[in-house]
Design a protein around this ligand. Structure first.
Ligand code: IDP
Ligand code: MG
Length: 143
């Protein structure tokens, strides 16, 4: 998900380009102002954290661009590509490392395990929004 700061800064295309170039398969996407219930559900592990009220205001401050991507090891690959939570410490070459400065404005979200990916996809997408198709580069992308 590109967070509201990333959307406002015009980074949606950059984020999509990186995942496409990596070889991941684009399965779903939409631009949305997230309702409070879905923000709370997505970040339920952080409800009691001191930063949660600010996090909720940030995520609801403008539209988010939500995506589903598939591919071999996609969850771990995407976590590596987005970089550490704090952009000031994220590796150069990662999305947060290249485009952020502040932990409270870190440009993107990504699920941290296949289980949380399933859970978060269920919060934000209906089954009919997930597009099933085969991609012609698969025979050259995978051994
Ligand atoms: P992650 O996004 O890398 O998985 P989490 O620890 O799950 O990081 O935190 C979720 C989100 O909460 C972060 O991406 C960031 O937007 C926000 N956040 C985490 N820690 C802080 C903090 O110390 N101050 C402000 N916001 C924070
Ligand atoms: Mg997290």
């Amino acid at each position: 998900m590109v967070k509201p700061d990333g959307v406002q800064r015009g980074l949606v295309g950059e984020v999509i380009s990186r995942f496409e170039a990596k070889g991941l398969k684009f399965v779903a996407a939409k631009l949305e102002l997230l309702p409070e219930e879905r923000v709370v559900e997505q970040y339920r592990e952080h409800l009691e954290k001191p930063f949660f009220p600010g996090l909720k205001r940030y995520i609801m401050s403008g539209p988010c661009f939500l995506m589903v991507w598939e591919g071999k090891g996609a969850v771990a690959v995407v976590r590596t590509m987005i970089g550490a939570t704090n952009p000031a410490e994220a590796a150069p070459g990662s999305i947060r490392g290249d485009f952020g400065l502040d932990i409270g404005r870190n440009v993107v979200h990504a699920s941290d395990s296949p289980r949380s990916a399933d859970r978060e996809i269920g919060i934000h997408f209906t089954p009919t929004e997930l597009v099933e198709y085969s991609k012609i580069d698969e025979p050259v992308l995978y051994e």
